[in-house]
Design a protein around this ligand. Sequence first.
Ligand code: UDP
Ligand code: MG
Length: 317
Amino acid sequence: MGKLLSVVVSVYNEEPALREFYEETGNVLNALPAPWDYELLFVNDGSRDKSLSILRELAAVDGHVKVVNFSRNFGHEAAMIAGIDYADGDGIICMDADLQHPPEYIPEIIKKLEEGYEVISMVRTRNKTAGMIKNITSAAFYKVINYMSDVKFQANASDFFAMSRDAADVLRNNYREKVRFLRGYVQSIGFEKTTIEYEARPRFAGESKYSLKSLFKFSINTILCFSDLPLKLGIYSGCAVALFGLAVMIYTIWTWFQYGTPSGYATIVVLISFMFAMLFVIVGIIGEYIAILFAELKDRPIYIVKNTENLEKKEAR
Ligand code: UDP
Ligand code: MG
C-alpha cells in the first residue's frame, strides 16, 4: 500500500526563493524510497509579491504541488495550521520556504516515521544566520518558559518538524486556540517522540519576517498560554506585601512608644508608590489573560482561505 508524505510550506513574500525551493525539495522528494509518494502543499499567507503566481505556475505543471491561498496575511503559525488541516499524508513535515530547513533531511525523517516515531522535532545545532541577540533571547526564553510551564520544551526546536497522521489529527481537532504556540503543542501532545539535529542554513534570499518586537510579543503570548503562574503572582505578592505591612505596623507602634510621634511623610510616599506599582502590574497581567479569553470568546477563524489549487475544496475552519 502506498504512503503519502505531505510537505507543508508557509509562504509569505518568498518570490526570490520559491523556484529554488521547489527544485531542491522536488529533487529530494522524487527520490523517496518505495512506498512513499508526496504532496508539496504551499500555504500562501497573503504574499504581496509574485509568490502566488509562481505557485500557480508550479501547480499547473506539477500535480504534486498544491496551494492554499489565504485571503490576507494571518501569520506563520496560522499558515502551518492551515497546511496541517489540508494535508492528506500519513506523515506531515512542516518547513519554511527560505531553504533554512534543509530538504536533504527528509529521507532521515521518513526513516524515523517508518521506525514508528510520531512526533519528530528538528533541533538546530547552530544558528549562524541569527544574530547574537536573537540567540541569547531565544535561550533566555526557553529557560523562562521551562521554569514556568508544566510542559518541558526542547530548546532550539524549530518550526521544522514532522508528525504522523494521528498526531496531526490531535492538532486538527483539539488545538484550535487563537493565541497559541504551535511548536509547544507539537511537543506537548505526547506520542512517540524523537529529535533529529540539523544545521540551519542561511536564508536563501529575501529577509526574515520576524522582528525582535514580534518575537517579544510571541514570547509573552507563549508564556501566557502555557502557564498560569503570572496569575498567581497576585496572591504571592499580596502575601508578601501583607507581611511587609505587618512589620511596618509593628515598627510604627514601637517608635510611637519610644519617641511619642510616628514618623510619617516619607514612609507613606514610598509605601503608596510601591503598592500601586505592584497593583498595576497585577491588573496588567490579568488584562493580558482577559485579552486571550476575549479572542477565544469571539472565536474568529484562525485563517480564511480564498481559493486553492489542486485541492478539493475543504471547509475553512
Ligand atoms: N511566514 C509566513 N507568514 C508570515 C511570516 C513568515 O508564512 O507572516 C513564513 C515565511 O515565508 C517563511 C517562514 O514563515 O517560510 C519563516 O519566516 P522567516 O524565514 O521570515 O523567519 P525566520 O526563519 O527568520 O525565523
Ligand atoms: Mg527563515
